[in-house]
Design a protein around this ligand. Structure first.
Ligand code: SOE
Length: 382
């Protein structure tokens, strides 16, 4: 019998709970940063248990899976303790604060082959992303030459916008790169199967001082606040913007830009992959569409319709054509993959979900991006 505990009551914890509930998976309870927050979340989400602390989850024999959705600085210790206590782990990205921590988690996960150790790269699970992967795999666009794209947001545009991610001790030394760049890098690796061999990065912080409210503000909620707020002015040491050039292992070249201060772009990931025979492009703000680029005939525009998709993409499309599948559906599909694997019980089978190895790869890239920016040079990825 599977039962889950979710740690974290901010923006993303309830998204996990809702997706699990849609699949009929028992969510035993939730833990927030205070007793009050745990109780409030348990009430709102209709869960039986408001945990008092993380140890109470580890001690709960009813719980065999833990979803970690707390600030990044807690991921390492919680994942470690959960695996050591024999619980399966689904951890939010980035997996930990640096590659030293993620390497230790990979080693621990390897010593527990019968436990799930997954990282929540949900964007992989849009049906049209899986379709893009199938197109690349089938050879339809030929040899991949270039990958380009961006992940841009505007929720940190003003100096009055505040979030724990701004603080390196809470979120890590790279912010926009760690928070949204890792999604892009993971996704492009997933779609093309290519690995980064070397990179060159440039980072910038435009808002060097911000007004930190004395009251905590949940992610994306800052824009909804009204009325006078008491705050302290603090120096900002993490980047608002970043650009990275990549060399991939087949000789392909890539370029990615990320920004959390791009007015009007709420939460947009885009990519275009161009090969020797054709190209494909996708935009997360229009996730049910895929652009097909041709040189000698009219370009194509594929709308999500299970009857038009490859078997692999159809397996993750639950609604008929014209019925849009979006952000919350990607969590549901990711958990279908994870919990289907758990239920099948063959832990030697290939894993259909992002693993701690994938989480380690992304954090390794983050560390290299920071070094490249600081040292103003290309960095090889070993
Ligand atoms: C905040 O920038 C954030 O919530 C990311 O942490 C998520 O991974 C992304 O889905 C949306 O933006």
């Amino acid at each position: 019998m599977t039962a889950v505990a979710v740690v974290g009551t901010g923006f993303i914890g309830p998204v996990h709970v809702e997706a699990l509930q849609r699949l009929g998976i028992t969510v035993q309870g939730i833990l927030g940063s205070s007793a009050e927050k745990s109780e409030q979340a348990a009430r709102q989400l209709n869960l039986p248990t408001a945990y008092r602390d993380f140890q109470a989850i580890l001690d709960d024999p009813a719980v065999n899976v833990i979803h970690i959705t707390t600030p990044n600085k807690t991921h390492f210790e919680m994942s470690q303790r959960a695996l050591q206590a024999g619980k399966h782990v689904v951890c939010e990205k980035p997996l930990a604060m640096n590659a030293k921590e993620t390497a230790a988690l990979v080693e621990l996960a390897r010593s527990k082959p019968n436990l799930i150790s997954a990282v929540n790269y949900n964007i992989r699970f849009y049906p049209m992303v899986i379709q893009a992967r199938e197109i690349v795999r089938s050879g339809e666009i030929g040899q991949v030459y270039t990958l380009r794209g961006a992940y841009v947001q505007d929720w940190l545009l003003y100096d009055t916008d505040w979030n724990w991610r701004l603080v390196p001790e809470e979120g890590g030394e790279v912010r926009a790169i760690g928070d949204i760049g890792t999604h892009w890098m993971d996704l492009l690796g997933f779609v093309t199967g290519l690995r980064v061999e070397a990179l060159l990065a440039d980072l910038a912080t435009f808002i060097t001082r911000r007004k930190k409210p004395r009251q905590a503000v949940a992610t994306f909620k800052g824009k909804e606040q009204s009325g006078p707020i008491e705050y302290d002015t603090v120096d900002i040491r993490t980047e608002d913007w970043g650009a990275v050039l990549f060399h991939y292992d087949n000789g392909a070249r890539g370029s990615m830009a990320v920004s959390q201060v791009n007015a009007g772009r709420k939460n947009q990931l885009t990519f275009e992959i161009a090969g020797s025979k054709g190209a494909i492009a996708w935009d997360s703000e229009r996730p049910n569409e895929l652009w097909l680029g041709h040189r000698d005939r009219a370009n194509g525009h594929l709308l999500k319709d299970p009857s038009l998709l490859s078997d692999a993409a159809r397996a993750y499309a639950n609604y008929p054509g014209g019925h849009n599948e979006g952000f919350p559906d990607t969590f549901k599909q990711l958990y279908r993959a994870i919990y289907g694997y758990l239920q099948a019980g063959d832990f030697s089978a290939p894993k259909p979900y992002p693993t701690f190895e994938d989480g380690h790869d992304e954090v390794t890239l983050c560390d290299a991006i920071l070094s490249s920016h600081r040292e103003r040079r290309w960095i090889d990825i070993r």
